[in-house]
Design a protein around this ligand. Structure first.
Ligand code: BGC
Length: 418
């Protein structure tokens, strides 16, 4: 009965077919949410859909940052067998739309007034040729630093707010026997760390000109980029020898367990602290990555919908899209995921102080021009340009290249990808 009522409410508000059946189709959903916090989040979506009569076939492809998932998605789509929905974000949504793969969910979006529920910085990305083809689940802030306060106390160190001070405090942590910076040597994690340095050293105007479409090569090819690489290169010494290949959530657990002092990572890391039963303030501290307080590097997760040949699957897509924008879903999912709701009008009461900081920074940064899209997480440039950035950044971080060499290589590889 509960299911039937939910279905008919949805049908009234979301232009769904008038069905009272308990089975409203099924969805196969591609995502890369496999860590503890991520799994709790995706399970909630699964449950919500099940309540609405939609069954879920999980298509999880492990690998933080989603590179593996995107490779698998391409081969499925090319062979004519795409999933019902896939975790695709930013400019990639346009790339998939241009190739003609995406289904239009504009009926649900219009019936539920998405244009007024979503900030335009979010809704613009969800549309292809003016029609909604994707539904946003959250807004992650990427420029965060996660610290273990006990480690800092033990080492007599203070949490740094500038990159200069970072070097000083990180040395204190090291001298006291801790790993200063928990890091996983994977290209997307190197790019996430680099992105924080770009924003902290160069500022939002430089970031927007050099790392956001359309990339200004003159700004990229400047002394500021060399300075960025100088700071980034100094971080090599604070990462332990076992970092190559380490998953991001394993790095987070090093901070949780007090083996390492800090991790620079988006707020999906908070989901790991939560799953481990840790509390903000006492067990872990969230602060903006050095030099970036007040700025907000955003990363919006969304599900894009693939064209279907049967009506039942399209209806299941509509139900999924409508559920995703519900206040219930946006609250619980984001409490688990560490992010903040993508839609407006969700109460902030249940969220913690890190989420409140992210919400406040999102609004303030948007007014001051320091709300920037994450290039490390597919929000700012085409997949070709982001691939070029990943390659040169990871190559630099894992070699002894000088700052000038790193900057030159980055400029060369980005210009050849434009
Ligand atoms: C995604 C997050 C995910 C993280 C780690 C990011 O690109 O936006 O949702 O938790 O990668 O896999």
């Amino acid at each position: 009965m509960k299911n039937r009522m939910k279905i008919s409410t949805l049908a009234a508000t979301a232009l769904l077919a008038t069905t009272t059946s308990v089975s409203a189709g099924e969805v196969e959903v591609l995502h890369w949410w496999t860590s503890g916090g991520e799994a709790a989040s995706v399970n909630y979506l699964k449950d919500k859909l099940s309540d609405a009569g939609v069954s879920w076939t999980d298509f999880a492809v492990a690998g933080g940052g989603g590179e593996n998932a995107m490779t698998v998605l391409k081969s499925r789509a090319i062979s004519g067998n795409p999933p019902t929905a896939a975790q695709i974000k930013g400019p990639s949504i346009q790339e998939w739309g241009d190739l003609g793969f995406l289904a239009d969910i504009d009926g649900v979006a219009q019936a539920n007034d998405w244009d007024n529920l979503l900030p335009s910085v979010v809704s613009d990305v969800m549309k292809h040729n003016g029609k909604y083809v994707a539904a946003p689940v959250n807004v992650h802030r990427v420029n965060w630093m996660w610290s273990n306060p006990e480690v800092f106390r033990y080492a007599g160190a203070t949490i740094p707010t500038t990159w200069d001070d970072f070097m000083v405090q990180a040395k204190k942590l090291q001298s006291a026997g801790f790993i200063a910076l928990a890091h996983g040597g994977q290209a997307w994690q190197d790019a996430t760390l680099f992105e924080a340095v770009v924003l902290g050293v160069g500022g939002a105007d430089y970031y927007n000109s050099a790392f956001v479409n359309p990339v200004d090569l003159d700004v990229l090819n400047s002394d500021t980029t060399v300075e960025v690489f100088e700071t980034f290169g100094k971080l090599r010494q604070f990462v332990d020898a076992n970092s190559p290949g380490r998953d991001w959530n394993v790095a987070t657990s090093m901070v949780i367990e007090g083996k390492a002092g800090m991790q620079i990572m988006g707020d999906w890391a908070k989901g790991e602290f939560k799953v481990a039963g840790k509390n903000v303030g006492t067990d872990f501290i969230c602060t903006a990555a050095p030099g970036t307080s007040g700025a907000h590097t955003f990363n919006i997760d969304s599900f894009a919908f693939f064209k279907q040949s049967d009506a039942a699957s399209s209806e299941a897509q509509n139900i999924m899209a409508a559920e995703i924008l519900g206040t219930d879903f946006q609250t619980v999912f984001n409490l688990n995921k560490g992010s903040i709701p993508a839609r407006l009008g969700v109460s902030r009461a249940e969220f913690d102080s890190c989420a409140h900081d992210s919400m406040d920074a999102f609004v303030a940064a948007s007014a001051s021009g320091s709300l920037v899209p994450s290039f490390a997480h597919g929000m700012a440039v085409s997949s070709a340009v982001s691939g070029a950035i990943y390659d040169s950044v990871t190559n630099f971080f894992n070699s002894d290249q000088s700052a000038q060499e790193g900057a030159d290589q980055l400029v060369a590889s980005v210009s050849s990808a434009l």
